[in-house]
Ligand binder design. Structure first.
Ligand code: WQD
Length: 350
């Protein structure tokens, strides 16, 4: 029983591969390595002492994608591959719609062709846009406010329609809140290209001295301390949620959405304080104006995933901060840090 993980070299993908391998699944991993490094794949193999084929393939190349289904017996797909920078999606909407939506359409076409109808899809809390109220449930209005979030919302609709056309499909839509942290080994973690968009990698790069100070985007939101509140979830808890969702899609048919969050919101200032406590490193910061498109408070009601998937986040903020720091301290240059094998020895080069 092999699981195809698209985007398996990425931050969430690599951690999800670890949990799938630990749960005894056979993997086939695909990634175009545009926003990730093959080194993360090598480290997943190192950490689990398990082997699996890796394909450097872009979902936009449907013929190469089909080769993977020809060469392997795929039983289910965990689909994480996609572009996810909100700001970039506003600047380059056509690129985002084409990459994320066409890539998914290609995947579903090939899955149908090969009779593979079990799918776990990486969706996002950005489908809720500016929530009318918090905590957010899966029945909260879907109102994405940027092209990135729109691609996730449109893909969810595509998958709903696909199921209506063929009731054999079994699909879980996982709406991620804010994943942070890293594998406890310090060997896997978040390795954004260029200046990080997201809060935690920005903080850890300030902590190692790569960036001079954190800019806090606004402190006039209607939150306890005025700074933005989000539902931060340990990436390992998020990864384990994919294993639980996979086990559910085996047993059922239909399409169902689940919030993967902790149900607890923390402000930017609370994250800074928690990180300083966990790392012992002071984080200098300056409050500047709000970031366009930002919202004040966003956190999940995760009860549906607990009831239906038997999943609940286990790791607290201190562990998230401690693991994020260990990764960054041990890998100041991310996956470029002391790579063991500089050649890109791909298992299969298509
Ligand atoms: C968190 C809080 C910022 C950076 C994310 C990602 C995107 C998508 C949706 C997957 C906010 C503040 C941040 C900084 C700051 N994820 N902040 N200074 O905004 O919830 O969006 O989730 O689908 O990957 O965009 O996360 O980490 O960017 O911001 O003050 O340098 O930290 O204003 O309140 P966000 P984030």
């Amino acid at each position: 029983m092999a699981i195809l993980v698209t985007g398996g070299a990425g931050y969430i993908g690599s951690h999800t591969c670890i949990e799938l391998l630990n749960a005894g699944y056979e993997l086939v991993v695909l990634d175009n390595l545009v926003n990730s490094k093959f080194e993360s794949v090598r480290r997943v193999k190192e950490l689990t002492n398990k082997e699996f084929p890796f394909y450097k393939v872009d979902l936009l190349h449907i013929d190469k994608l089909e080769e993977i289904f020809k060469e392997n017996t795929i039983d289910a797909v965990i689909h994480l591959a996609g572009l996810k920078a909100v700001g970039e999606s506003v600047e380059q909407p056509l690129f985002y719609y084409h990459n994320n939506i066409t890539g998914t359409l290609n995947l579903c076409k090939v899955m149908s062709l090969y009779g593979v109808k079990n799918l776990v899809f990486s969706s996002s809390a950005t489908v809720y846009g500016l929530p009318d109220s918090v905590p957010i449930t899966e029945n909260s209005p879907l109102q994405a406010k940027n092209p990135y979030g729109q691609t996730k919302l449109m893909i969810e609709q595509v998958l709903q329609d696909l199921y209506q056309s063929d009731k054999e499909w079994s699909i879980s839509l996982l709406r991620y809140f804010n994943p942070i942290g890293a594998h406890e080994s310090g060997r896997l973690g978040e390795d954004p290209q260029g200046i990080p968009n997201n809060l935690m990698p920005y903080i850890t790069q300030v902590a190692i001295g790569k960036l001079p100070e954190l800019h806090i985007f606004g402190n006039n939101y209607s939150t306890a301390d005025g700074t933005g509140v989000r539902d931060y979830i340990h990436v390992v808890d998020l990864a384990k949620g994919h294993v639980c969702a996979l086990e559910k899609v085996w047993k059922t048919t239909g399409v169902d959405a689940f919030n993967l969050g902790t149900g607890k919101g923390y402000s930017v200032l609370e994250i800074v304080q928690a990180f300083e406590k966990a790392s012992g490193v002071e984080i200098p910061f300056r409050v500047i104006g709000p970031r366009p498109g930002d919202i004040g408070a966003c956190y999940a009601d995760p009860i549906k995933a607990k009831i239906n998937l038997g999943w609940q986040a286990q790791r607290g903020l201190e562990e998230m901060c401690r693991d994020a720091w260990r990764w960054q301290e041990q890998n100041p240059l991310g996956y470029e840090t002391n790579k063991k094998d500089t050649t890109l020895k791909l298992d299969v080069l298509l």
